[in-house]
Design a protein around this ligand. Structure first.
Ligand SMILES: O=c1ccn([C@@H]2O[C@H](COP(=O)(O)O)[C@@H](O)[C@H]2O)c(=O)[nH]1
Ligand SMILES: [Zn+2]
Ligand SMILES: [Zn+2]
Length: 636
């Protein structure tokens, strides 16, 4: 988005020069509406996936966690001055997404330490990415959960404690607390009904959880423990009608006992911006992904007669929430009014909302935040994340062009699977190498390809496995059948599930992520690929309408992608091979075996290159072989 922020400049050290970016005062490029402050306010992050250094190649999402530490502290002070409550919450998935989170062993070792610098978090909960790998689950149990104490809620997630030989909750099941201004809150942290965890942990289904004694005791009336509001945090789609969300189960269980008490939900996992209304006293917010979005929520309507509230009714000098959750019903009796906003994760936004537009950086920065920024820079250096391996000739995106297009990331990645996943012992044999598109997490940008980028595109340590010499009559249709089945390897596009949203990159007008559901008809709407104007990004429509994005954006096309993609090598020039080595990442082993049928089982499957060669390892060799030559004059 050159028109807003000037050309991209992502040389490693430049990132850490603190300054308001050019374009900040342009209303088309940044926020122009003050936030609505209520009696109860929340800042919400989710699915950060290690993006704590910010988006080094996209200035619109260019703040780092140090900037957020500063922002959060400003906002806490503001809340204190206004006499209102502000909670800071996170709903999980800290791992798998960048070099900062994934170069270490176990992954997350550095990222969680940086995350812990934001010690003003009031409530956090666990994501599925904390549970795929046993070492990471134990790190979450013994380090992360210990650090956060009673603020870390895992109402339905347990881990086998080797010290006791029994299962224990990783965090706390629930937290009852009173805010600074007297609101008495009962909070839970609920992971969706996840089944992909390693055998170290156990995710209890929501339907079971709501029948457990501790839950019933927490929810039932107790005169010594009045409840003004329930908070449901969850790594769980915020929209309760979205497939896989278990919020409705928990909501129903609470509503049986408390027909009118506010139930406020903060969700995640589907990586979208969304806000859903459940009833006149219950709404649900989801705040995107990858440190691109900071969610803002506020509500008012508590008074000292219906609650323990002792704070200010309507903070002065700022807008206040005004919208009822349900407006079209004459039977609305709820006193509660709400607001929500999706903030772009950049310093301009943070400065605007913390100290006002036109303020100097010096008025924004706190030592606490600058120290975290320095810490992130030091870790990036220590982990060698800026090391350049090649020069990518153009931007390749996941969903902004049709699958199969020359600019689709799956075009070079199919080639990479074919050419960079090679077993020396089977090198000359025909092979088909299959991966799930869900394992590819981000676009690849024109310019220097760094060590960090290898994790940003392909963060998982999924081992390449294989079955030798599968008759082509069976293997030939495998990819098509996998995609028809749409099986477990699927990373559902967020847009299949909830609010309509699009997002673009600021690097290249045709690059994009996420996307509007459906037909890729950006051109029909008059947004041609080269005519994307101003500040491309999220354009969200939710239950409160289309004014949730703090910075207005132009949208870009979105094209659906299949669940699996593949590359092939050593096929005869004409016709087909007799047999083929079927190579695939371990994450999709059960999908592949299911399609191959009863003639094949796990007994036929062994590591292909080695038991250490994973989906983290094929990109760098590919980039070096293909694009290293362009390095000396690599444009940035
Ligand atoms: O080893 C793995 C683990 C996960 N995936 C992909 O990630 C999604 C889940 O990501 P969320 O951020 O929780 O949405 C899963 O569906 C897979 O597509 C993987 O490829 N390999
Ligand atoms: Zn996630
Ligand atoms: Zn998730």
């Amino acid at each position: 988005c050159d028109s807003c922020y000037g050309p991209i400049n992502h040389i490693e050290h430049v990132r850490h020069v603190k300054r308001i970016q050019p374009g900040a005062q342009n209303a088309d490029c940044g926020p122009s509406r003050a936030l609505e402050w209520g009696q109860f306010n929340v800042l919400h992050t989710t699915d950060t996936h290690g993006w704590l250094a910010g988006h080094i190649k996209e200035k619109n999402y260019g703040a780092d966690l140090g900037d957020y530490v500063t922002f959060a502290n400003h906002m806490k002070h503001k809340a204190g001055n206004m006499g209102v409550d502000l909670l800071i919450v996170d709903t999980g998935d800290l791992h798998d997404g960048t070099g900062l989170s994934d170069t270490t062993a176990p992954d997350g070792e550095v990222a969680i330490k940086i995350f812990e610098e934001l010690d003003s978090y009031d409530l956090l909960t666990i994501g599925n990415h904390e549970l795929y790998v046993s070492d990471v689950a134990y790190q979450t149990f013994s380090e992360f959960s210990r650090f956060w104490g009673d603020r870390y809620l895992t109402s339905n997630v347990q881990i086998m404690n080797p010290a006791t030989g029994g299962y224990e909750y990783i965090g706390q099941t629930h937290r009852y607390f009173t805010t600074a201004h007297g609101l008495r809150i009962m909070a839970f942290g609920i992971l969706y009904d996840f089944t992909g965890n390693s055998n170290a942990s156990k995710a209890i289904k929501a339907a079971t959880m709501v029948q457990q004694d501790w839950f019933l005791q927490a929810v039932n009336y107790d005169k010594d423990r009045p409840i003004d509001m329930f908070l449901l945090l969850g790594h769980n789609p915020a929209r309760p009608t979205t497939g896989g969300s278990t919020f409705k189960t928990v909501y129903n269980a609470i509503r049986k006992v408390h027909p009118n008490t506010p139930i406020q939900i903060f969700g995640g996992h589907t990586h979208i911006r969304d806000f859903a209304v459940l009833d006149q006293s219950s709404t649900s917010l989801e705040s995107g992904r990858y440190c691109e979005t900071l969610g803002w929520f506020s509500m008012s309507g508590f008074d000292s007669l219906n609650s323990g509230h002792t704070g200010v009714e309507n903070p002065r000098g700022v807008p206040n929430p005004t919208r009822k959750a349900i407006t079209n019903s004459s039977s609305t009796t709820s006193p509660f009014v709400y607001s929500r906003r999706y903030l772009d994760w950049n310093r301009n936004t943070f400065v605007y909302h913390a100290v006002g537009s036109g303020q100097a950086d010096a008025e924004f920065d706190y030592h606490s935040g600058l120290r975290v920024t320095d810490e992130i820079a030091a870790y990036r250096k220590q982990l060698n994340l800026g090391k350049v391996y090649g020069c990518v000739p153009q931007t390749y995106c996941m969903t902004c062009v049709p699958f199969g297009d020359a600019s689709s990331i799956f075009t070079p990645l199919s080639d990479a699977l074919a050419t960079a996943v090679v077993s020396p012992a089977r090198e000359a044999r025909a092979r088909m190498v299959i991966a799930n598109t869900g394992g590819v997490r981000f676009d690849m940008y024109k310019g220097p390809f760094t060590y960090d980028d290898s994790f940003i595109v392909s963060p998982f340590r999924d081992v390449f496995l294989y079955i030798p010499d599968v008759p082509y009559s069976l293997a030939g249709g495998l990819l098509q059948k996998l995609n028809n089945a749409g099986a477990g390897g699927k990373k559902k596009r967020s847009n299949d599930l909830g609010a309509v949203e699009t997002v673009d990159s600021c690097v290249n007008p045709i690059a994009g992520r996420g996307g509007q559901q459906g037909d890729g008809s950006g051109e029909k709407r008059g947004i041609t690929r080269r005519q994307v104007v101003q500040n491309p990004g999220y354009t969200t429509v939710d239950d409160f309408g289309s004014d949730g994005d703090d910075t207005p954006h132009s949208s870009i096309p979105y094209y659906p992608i299949p669940d699996f993609f593949a590359g092939v090598a050593n096929y005869p020039e004409a016709g087909s091979p007799q047999v083929v080595d079927v190579v695939f990442v371990d994450f999709i082993e059960s999908d592949v075996l299911a399609i191959l049928g009863s003639g094949y089982s796990k007994a036929n499957v062994t590591p292909y290159v080695s038991s250490n060669f994973t989906s983290q390892d094929y990109l760098i060799p590919y980039v070096q072989a293909k694009w290293q030559a362009g390095m000396p004059n690599c444009p940035i």
